[in-house]
Design a protein around this ligand. Sequence first.
Ligand SMILES: C[S@@+](CC[C@H](N)C(=O)[O-])C[C@H]1O[C@@H](n2cnc3c(N)ncnc32)[C@H](O)[C@@H]1O
Length: 228
Amino acid sequence: MIDKKKRPIRSFVLRGGRLTVAQQHALDELWPHFGIEQRESVLDPEDYFDRPADTIVEIGFGNGESTWRMAQQEPDKNFIGIEVHEPGVGHLLMALDANGVENVRIACEDAVTFLQHRIAAGSLAGIRIYFPDPWPKKRHHKRRIIQPGFVMLLARNLGKGGILHLATDWQPYADHMLEVLQACPDFVNLSPAGDYCERPEWRPYTKYEQRGERLGHQVRDLLYQKLS
Ligand SMILES: C[S@@+](CC[C@H](N)C(=O)[O-])C[C@H]1O[C@@H](n2cnc3c(N)ncnc32)[C@H](O)[C@@H]1O
């Protein structure tokens, strides 16, 4: 019998969303090229990208619209997108193929374990987490991905000067992010006011951002730099 108390707290619930025929086809045909298989060992980016370049990780990319657009806008960088929801992975695979974007690779697994086991310390130039699940109910706050321990893991994986970029449309989560980040000595806040930053024009609109705006929510961007 599973001991529920020993199950790790996850930031996601796997929804049973069905794959469309096109998404399944993309997974069959394109995953071998763009996918990063699950392993325990530290990943060597040169096994996946045909050139060394600054590597940016995007966590919880949803349908991947932001991922392929940023990769297209920043062709000098390598992107690793991480998402547990398979239909979203299928959606991104189709977009990469349709738009001829080559500088993205995808991991379909829990970002927490991926960052713990597969990313070498100090190896990332940036980590972007846009509109992570806000888990609004108090009893679910422990599921929020932004927590002190996770932020320490992000700091471990970023190189000196690396940028952590978060965005959310849920003010209580923005407050929580600010509190956790301000308490982490490895990061400096890039906001001149010491709290939130202007929305960078280059950040693509995501599905969840548009939903938040329809609901009248204010969007908050947080930008932090890794000190050393
Ligand atoms: C609210 S959605 C936002 C999606 C997208 N970034 C956007 O703005 O439209 C959060 C996404 O994060 C994914 N997610 C949550 N926790 C994750 C984890 N630990 N590892 C990988 N993906 C995760 C969920 O599956 C979901 O697709």
